[in-house]
Design a protein around this ligand. Structure first.
Ligand code: GLN
Length: 491
């Protein structure tokens, strides 16, 4: 039974559809795996055993009745705890939302349910998706299945660790500055940030609304594409959702898996070609680029001169938007309320609640963002950062006139030990040095395993033009066809 947790999502869907195994058996195998390993991994904040088994029974009943099943029917999925799930606890890993059960499902969750997937539970993350290690979760960090003493990346470390530890074949993440790709890279899994507006933000607890993008996490490229195709597409309830057809990412992944990249032009970002990265990361990345060349791709160097300003621009724009978005957590509308004893004024209750409910990194960002948006400083900080954002977008536009995709390492370093970057916020922010430009531009990008450095996974990032998500899947699948899928040591 336990080997069901080793199958890919595509294989699981096929065996369930063929009637070789029931959706309930598949769900139970994953729940058993969670029971066996999650005490050590801590990928989940909440496991919805009853909900998962009920959803699985539903799939089995539909199959028995001869009803058509969706492409992922019966396949378990773990959902980052930043997406609203009806009746199921949703905390964004913050004390301020402890005990909140949303009255509605996020669009992504609605689509997952409609496709017949089985939601196992909610995964751990940095509080309000601010961080790169899950160490900022108010409920304790997640441990990397490759080495339990190291971080699984962040903010979506729980989603990445859950699939790396075979607790789920698929997971949902959200990427504001790298929170799907960076955890993917350091856990040896695949993580894709779709085009901004390609996946709905409705029911996603907002961090930085102009950047937040939900997307798929999986152990291989084909599974990521399948999940992408299920969750993506226009949503009238999200005003920034793109009213266009989703590119055929599944077909693109299939095409790439043949290992032929003849005619594909790949740009190597000069500024991100090893500078500031660990030697082992650079070596694995260069080998992977060599492999892409062998598959027929033409590789050229492309300079993107403004990418070096992406990190500072992001750390003005994201906290600015966060300071506004997080104003809604006032002790009145959701979750925690502190000091409501008849002796404190409304303002004092709000202040005491926010003092008790937010962790240190969230407070840092609210203060930073409030400062950057204040009247005397708006032009100097926020306004300036928006101009940099335009320049970065122009770098992308001109690069994509010359090449089909851009590549870089996903992260400058492999999974680091707990505590090693907690004292200096800037050291933590550096984890997203290579992923942030894409968020500022709005295009899609994927991280795919490209090898090991000192026994730990390294990811390669493929960036594509907006609404050309299929291109990155083609190149990712081609790379996977030579590098293979990484398997962590047994837990
Ligand atoms: N690590 C980045 C941050 O802390 C990105 C987070 C994210 O993508 N949600 O903001």
């Amino acid at each position: 039974m336990s080997d069901l947790t080793r199958l890919t999502a595509a294989e699981l869907a096929a065996t369930i559809a063929a009637g070789d195994v029931s959706a309930v058996e598949v769900a139970q195998a994953h729940l058993d795996r969670i029971a066996a390993v999650d005490e050590r991994v801590h990928a989940f904040l909440h496991v919805d055993t009853e909900g998962a088994l009920a959803a699985a029974r539903d799939v089995d009943a539909k199959r028995a009745a001869g009803e058509a099943l969706g492409p992922l029917a019966g396949v378990p999925v773990a959902v980052k705890d930043v997406l609203a799930t009806k009746g199921v606890p949703t905390t964004a890993a913050s004390k301020i939302l402890e005990g909140w059960r949303p009255p509605y499902d996020a669009t992504i969750v609605e689509r997952l349910r409609a496709a017949g997937t089985v939601m196992l539970g909610k995964t751990n993350m940095d509080e309000f998706a601010m961080g790169s290690s899950t160490e900022y979760s108010a409920y304790g960090a997640t441990n990397n299945p490759w080495d339990l003493g190291r971080i699984p990346g962040g903010s979506g470390g729980g989603s990445a660790a859950a699939i790396a530890a075979y607790e789920a074949p698929l997971a949902i993440g959200t990427d504001t500055g790298g929170s799907i790709r960076q955890p993917g890279a350091v856990t040896g899994t695949v993580g894709a940030k779709p085009t901004y507006g390609g996946t709905s933000r409705y029911g996603l607890i907002a961090f930085s609304s102009s950047l937040d993008t939900p997307g798929p996490c999986a152990r291989n490229v084909q599974d990521a594409a399948l999940l992408h195709s299920v969750i993506a597409g226009h949503d009238p309830r999200d005003s920034t959702s793109i009213p266009q057809a989703v590119p055929d990412v599944v077909a693109a992944a299939r095409q790439g898996a043949s290992g032929d990249l003849t005619g594909v032009k790949i740009g190597l970002v000069t500024e991100f070609n090893g500078e500031g990265a660990e030697a082992g990361v650079t070596a694995a990345f260069r080998d992977a680029v060599e492999a892409l060349t062998k598959l027929g791709a033409e590789v050229v160097e492309i300079s993107c001169p403004h990418f070096q300003y992406a990190l500072p621009a992001y750390y003005l724009i994201a906290p600015s938007e966060a300071s506004s978005n997080l104003a809604r957590f006032d002790g009145v509308r959701f979750g925690l309320r502190t000091g409501d004893d008849g002796k404190h004024s409304l303002e004092e209750v709000m202040s005491l609640t926010r003092e008790a409910g937010f962790g240190p990194e969230v407070k840092r960002r609210i203060i930073l963002g409030t400062y950057a948006l204040s009247s005397g400083y708006y032009d100097a900080y926020y306004g300036q950062a928006q101009k940099v954002r335009t320049l970065i977008t122009r770098d992308f536009t001109s690069a994509f006139e010359q090449v089909d995709v851009l590549v870089s390492p996903t992260t400058p370093f492999v999974a680091f030990p707990f505590g090693s970057r907690m004292d200096d916020p800037y050291q933590m922010y550096l984890a997203d040095l290579y992923t942030i430009p894409t968020n500022l531009y709005g295009g899609p990008a994927i991280s795919v395993p490209c090898g090991l450095s000192e026994g730990l996974p390294v990811g390669l990032q493929i960036m594509a033009p907006t609404m050309a998500d299929d291109r990155m899947y083609r190149v990712a699948a081609a790379l996977e066809s030579t590098v293979g899928v990484l398997t962590p040591p047994a837990l």
